[in-house]
Write a protein that binds this ligand. Structure first.
Ligand code: HEM
Length: 204
């Protein structure tokens, strides 16, 4: 029988989702591919939380609730910062080992991640995090102060995404050098072009 802990977290289902394509369960290749899958899956899980918090931050800003919008956006930034460190787990995978199971990935690529795409879109949309004047802050200057703080928090979020992309680029450089990506892009050159920050906006 499952413990209440396992039931609450739906652990049997969650821990059944790591299915390497490497055939030999006893091999180092299988264990390494499992690490590769686990790192991606846990990143997706954390990004799903970041998207929930981004939505909340935007909603709170729209309703003029500066402090709650800032708290939610700060949590998003904390998740992205963690994800940057989390990529370092793949430093424990050698390029030779990655090359051994890479053909099994076929056209699979992180660039197809709908959640990461949505996250990246958000850094180009600072207007979603503009503090509405509808809010409860009635003291003179409170709205402007909230607006400034929210803009600062947005910049921190945008910087964290850029750091994640830079860290990912370094990982890719180590793993595949200048080989093309599995999504068919040029690999490093493509990733470098994505790191360019979006144009400056009213929040900058
Ligand atoms: C061995 C490790 C990794 C390698 C070699 C690698 C390689 C690549 C390459 C070459 C691309 C460019 C697109 C293409 O495939 O043609 C890419 C994009 C991407 N990868 Fe990875 N990746 C690795 C790990 C990860 C991890 C752990 C994640 C987290 C889920 C991830 C998420 C992404 C995302 C979101 C993009 C799009 C990047 C952007 O638009 O800036 N990758 N990856």
């Amino acid at each position: 029988m499952e413990t209440p802990y396992a039931c609450y977290l739906q652990l049997p289902g969650l821990l059944d989702l790591q299915q390497p394509r490497s055939p030999d369960v006893q091999s180092a290749q299988w264990a390494d591919e499992r690490l590769f899958i686990t790192v991606h899956q846990s990143a997706e899980l954390l990004v799903s939380q970041a998207l929930v918090d981004l939505e909340r931050a935007s909603r709170q800003a729209r309703h003029g609730h500066g402090p709650t919008a800032i708290t939610a956006l700060r949590r998003v930034t904390a998740v992205i910062c963690l994800l940057e460190g989390h990529l370092a787990l793949l430093d424990h995978l050698t390029p030779e080992s990655f090359a051994s199971f890479r053909p099994l990935l076929d056209k699979v690529s992180g660039a197809q991640s709908r959640q990461f795409i949505e996250l990246f879109q958000q850094i180009t949309a600072p207007d979603r995090f503009t503090l509405s004047t509808e809010g409860p802050e009635t003291l003179p200057g409170a709205h402007a102060a909230g607006e400034r703080e929210l803009a600062e928090e947005f910049r921190a979020f945008r910087a964290a995404v850029t750091r994640w992309r830079t860290r990912h680029l370094l990982l890719v450089e180590r793993m595949i050098g200048d080989k093309a990506g599995t999504a068919g892009t040029s690999g490093l050159a493509y990733l470098r072009s994505q790191i360019d920050l979006p144009p400056r906006t009213t929040h900058d």
